[in-house]
Design a protein around this ligand. Structure first.
Ligand SMILES: N[C@@H](CCC(=O)N[C@@H](CS)C(=O)NCC(=O)O)C(=O)O
Length: 118
């Protein structure tokens, strides 16, 4: 079984993970969880994430939640696939810095845009 990403692309947290994986050519299977239909509250999804929130990542013997943790995991695990791969500790830290920044700025502001447009 390959990498599975449980996402609802309505969610900014999910879109960040989805775009990161797509842009970096990371192979994954999309498992859609429709928040509007309450699919995240199902018993089946609770087996993946007890907190019943998306995004979630499932590997062969590994489940990971929290968009930041997922982004960092993908960035580190698939480093060799990324364009402009950071080779030094400081360069890696620069990537982590950006990921931390976008979590509290870009994602939050995009959420506001969605709410006000919705
Ligand atoms: N801190 C979490 C937030 C996850 C989160 O709040 N996901 C929302 C969608 S954006 C969700 O699944 N909400 C369903 C609920 O709270 O019932 C992350 O960064 O992944």
């Amino acid at each position: 079984m390959g990498l599975e990403l449980y996402l609802d692309l309505l969610s900014q947290h999910c879109r960040a993970v989805y775009i990161f994986a797509k842009k970096n050519g990371i192979p994954f299977e999309l498992r859609s969880v429709d928040l509007r239909k309450g699919q995240h509250l199902s018993d089946v999804f609770a087996q993946v994430n007890l907190q019943q929130k998306v995004p979630a990542l499932k590997g062969r013997d590994f489940i990971l939640t929290e968009s930041m943790a997922i982004l960092l995991y993908l960035a580190h695990k698939y480093r060799s696939l990324t364009v402009g791969t950071p080779r030094t500790t400081q360069a890696c830290a620069r990537v982590d810095e950006y990921l931390a920044w976008q979590h509290t700025t870009l994602q939050r502001n995009c959420l506001w845009v969605l709410w006000h447009k919705g």
